[in-house]
Design a protein around this ligand. Structure first.
Ligand code: DX5
Ligand code: ZN
Length: 215
């Protein structure tokens, strides 16, 4: 069964408490929280105070996806805000190994996200250090974009790398995930589905989460 991580970027921010309750009552495993700085990506979303409040509203895993430059400056703050998993972008981290060590030393799981143009081979010398790879299946910055189908091949290649090395690294797919494309994504070896619009814009979000979980 896949891990389901609804992205609250597509939630109703005026009713965040209700949205958190809905996720708590649902089969969702993780809360996926997208932090954007208007520099690494051309959009600004939400930050630490919002995450602090979400932390109080759930005991589920907070999967924080940082789409920001210089994430090392804020890793400790995100730990304090309640992040369980902290994912940084390879494209934003010239000293990625240091970022990963910092995240782990703070007691969080460490993830690395890669943009659609970045090859999985570029993870070769860091894979054994990380808990999760987030394969972006859209260009980061916005919810509701179309899934880039080329990502499916990247899942396959990454799964091979992980298996060959006997690692337990999880593969997360982020962007444009739907009930239609999810089966193929999972078939090639993904472990975690992030879904924003597919969940929150559904007429029955809990039912949609249950359907994704049952795939
Ligand atoms: C994109 C974010 C995604 C996004 C997914 O920059 O990282 O997590 O919220 O939203 P959907 O599922 O609507 O594409
Ligand atoms: Zn994300």
């Amino acid at each position: 069964m896949p891990i389901i991580a609804p992205s609250l970027l597509a939630a109703n921010f005026l009713r965040l408490e209700d949205e958190c309750r809905m996720l708590n009552e649902s089969k969702a495993d993780w809360f996926h929280l997208d932090v954007m700085d208007g520099r690494f990506v051309p959009n600004i979303s939400f930050g630490l105070p919002v995450i602090e409040h979400i932390r109080k509203a759930t005991t589920k895993t907070l999967d924080v996806h940082l789409m920001i430059e210089e994430p090392g400056k804020f890793a400790e703050d995100f730990k304090k805000a309640g992040a369980d998993i902290l994912t940084v972008h390879i494209e934003a981290c010239p000293n990625l190994h240091r970022n990963i060590q910092q995240i782990k030393s703070l007691g969080m799981k460490a993830g690395v996200a890669i943009n659609p143009h970045t090859t999985v081979q570029q993870l070769g010398d860091i894979l054994h250090e990380i808990d999760l790879v987030c394969l972006m299946s859209v260009n980061p910055g916005y919810g509701g974009q179309k899934f880039i189908s080329h990502t499916v091949g990247k899942v396959r290649a990454l799964k091979h790398m992980i298996k060959d090395r006997g690692l337990k690294t999880l593969i997360e797919i982020d962007g444009g995930v739907t009930l239609e494309n999810a089966p193929a994504i999972l078939h090639t070896g993904a472990d975690i589905l992030v879904a924003g619009n597919t969940v929150f814009k559904s007429s029955d979000p809990k039912g949609m989460i249950a359907k994704l979980k049952a795939l």
